[in-house]
Design a protein around this ligand. Sequence first.
Ligand SMILES: [Fe+2]
Length: 187
Amino acid sequence: MTVNIDHFVADCVDAVASPGTERAIREGVARLVSDPQALMQAIGTPTRAGVKRIHVTDTLTIVNVVWAPRMTLMPHNHNMWAAIGVYGGREDNIFWRRLADDPLGRIEAAGAKSLGPKDAVPLGPEIVHSVTNPTAQLAGAIHVYGGDFFATDRSEWDPQSLEEKPYDIDKNMQYFEDANRMWESTS
Ligand SMILES: [Fe+2]
């Protein structure tokens, strides 16, 4: 199988403009990660953690997310639908739910899902999750979002107090760089 990432982007753009968007995107992501080797020939084998922009508009974001070994991202929401497909390593998700009528917006753990290569899942707009790469290697995934991932207001939760606060995109992108430095200093 040969992967053409430009075709994948074009298919996603078409899906956003058509009925049944989320299902079409999820199926497209599932096909994309069904052959991880072919995908990595198209987008490269991960060499460092980061969030690489493949396509970003007001209605659609496609990113290649690479997690450093054993990196954990705090609970956060997206406020838009998403589809995640893993092509290397593993993404362990904890899913959270809001405590009813909590003035601090706190959350409690509600479920979990571990995603490995070839796994593709949809995430609804209300989902709150935290993500860990439990492996000793870089983990890679294609994330597709139904909006501008980098410019949409949303929330993150303090991992200790589990209190809600505004999502800080710059801090979280810096976190990937910090994870690289930590990884490079220990490997
Ligand atoms: Fe997320």
